[in-house]
Design a protein around this ligand. Structure first.
Ligand code: CMC
Length: 435
């Protein structure tokens, strides 16, 4: 097949360049040969917020934003949510295939083996104020893990890397549950490996004085589905942070803490918390039209709507909505649901939203489920961070194994002062006092 190329003519010099194309993409470095003279640095591309720049090749997650398609390693998200456990999906994201039954059991055992955290880390968490935001606690505690596992710095050692991956997947629910119990002043509950991954998390969250906690199977399975939906989403802000910090060969705990910090932002994973605050502000179904007008006047955003990549219904939002029905059968309907559905109904008919292709994203309905389950809004983003840990680690691993990757270091277009000098005579220097 004939190689596809891009013919570029530089009108400054009249020269033409035939640049190779690969999968509909041109390599930014190929522009560097385009110069006005040998001293010229060469042509750069300018792309604030990476609107049109691929920073990596990746075989983990595929999204077609126009069609509303999401696949992990080729499998549609709908099929994975319907038929697989979260831990099997984690295995798929990390290693490329769904595990056969025996491997699946072994993998779950290995993760379970790492659910405990060091007592000193527990004490570290006890040091937070009672009203500390759980996401701040999560980020700080994950980064503190780095001090417990100094061997994690050897990021090129694939064997050591695997152990850190198991530790992180095993420990994030424990840290999240401790953050939750801390905010309520409840004693921390140790992990119980007789439970599966999600049930164990529920046990650490909600066990009180009973000798044996019995997780509600509907809630456990709903949470497992939500974990699958949140496990990875290719090169989003936090995955990009994981890769950026990881590219400097920081250890995975520090890189993951940085990624979780990015997730905490209200434009990213923090949106689920903001959706609930927005629904509170709206108050009743009758308040929806006035709120939508406020959004259209640009006074605020409709949180849980819009996406950089999806210009169609986010497929995760559809599954979250179905999952909500299951959860509400157990918990009773969250009264916020009516307001959310009215918001969606009005927005999807309004020209402001349709012209901009703004649809509900994963965060629009997830908070309503979490609240019905008994979580306060400040826990919502932590519930996102637990499964996303898997995605971050898969992205990190792929980065480290990619021979084309180097330390991430964008260029800039300097717009500051040209060279200038301090006015002479220089301001008098104060003599250093001699004792
Ligand atoms: N409400 C009202 N207007 C919006 C919204 C919204 N939620 N999102 C985008 N717009 C408007 C925006 O003002 C702009 O209008 P105009 O063309 O007149 O200037 C247009 O739509 C395009 O928006 P953008 O800001 O260029 O889009 P982006 O790709 O840079 O931002 C986004 C994507 C997700 C940050 C944004 O849609 C947003 O802030 N949404 C609300 C926060 C949210 O729900 N975030 C969760 C995202 S999904 C899960 C995750 O990533 O964690």
């Amino acid at each position: 097949m004939k190689e596809e190329t891009l013919l570029v003519r530089d009108n400054r010099t009249g020269k033409t360049y035939d640049l190779p194309l690969f999968k509909g993409t041109v390599r930014a470095m190929d522009f560097r040969q385009i110069k006005t003279d040998p001293e010229d640095f060469g042509l750069m591309t300018y792309d604030p917020a990476f609107m049109n720049t691929a920073s990596t090749m990746s075989s983990i997650t595929f999204i077609d934003g126009d069609k509303g398609i999401l696949r992990y390693r080729g499998y549609p998200i709908e099929e994975l949510a319907e038929t697989c456990s979260f831990l099997d999906v984690a295995y798929l994201l990390l290693f490329g295939e769904l595990p056969p039954a025996e491997e699946s059991r072994e993998w779950a055992d290995k993760v379970n083996h790492h659910t405990m955290i060091h007592e000193n880390l527990k004490k570290f968490m006890e040091g937070f104020r009672h009203d500390a935001h759980p996401m701040g606690m999560f980020v700080s505690t994950v980064s503190a893990l780095s001090t417990f596992y100094p061997e994690a710095r050897d990021v090129k050692n694939k064997q050591a890397r695997k152990i850190q991956i198991l530790r992180l997947i095993g420990k994030v629910p424990t840290i999240a549950a401790y953050a939750y119990r801390h905010s309520l002043g409840l004693p921390y509950v140790y992990p119980d490996n007789a439970f599966g991954y999600t049930e164990n998390f529920l046990n650490m969250l909600w066990r009180m004085t009973e000798t044996r906690y019995k997780p509600n199977p509907v809630l456990a399975s709903a949470l497992d589905v939500l974990f699958i939906l949140h496990a990875d989403h290719e090169q989003n802000c936090s995955a990009n942070t994981m890769r950026c910090v990881g590219s400097a060969h920081a250890d995975p705990y520090l890189s993951l803490a940085a990624a979780a910090a990015a997730l905490a932002g209200p434009l990213h994973g923090g949106a689920n918390e903001e959706v609930l605050r927005m629904l509170d502000e709206i108050g009743t179904v009758s308040g929806v039209p006035a709120f939508v007008e406020k959004v259209k006047r640009g006074e605020c955003k409709l949180m849980g709507f819009g996406h950089r990549v999806y210009k169609n219904y986010d497929p995760r939002a559809r599954i979250v909505k179905q999952t909500a029905e299951e959860v509400f059968k157990v918990t009773g309907v969250n009264p916020k649901l009516e307001i959310a559905m009215e918001l969606e109904r009005i927005a999807l008919r309004d020209e402001y939203f349709t012209r901009r292709k703004l649809y509900p994203n994963v965060d629009f309905y997830s908070g309503i489920i979490y609240q019905a389950m008994g979580f306060s809004p400040d826990m919502f983003t932590v519930l996102f961070a637990i499964p996303r840990t898997v995605g971050w680690l898969a992205q990190w691993q792929e980065l480290l194994d990619d021979p084309e990757q180097k330390i991430a270091r964008p260029r800039q277009i300097f717009t500051g002062q040209a060279l200038r000098h301090v006015a002479t005579p220089a301001p008098e220097k104060v003599p250093v006092a001699v004792a």
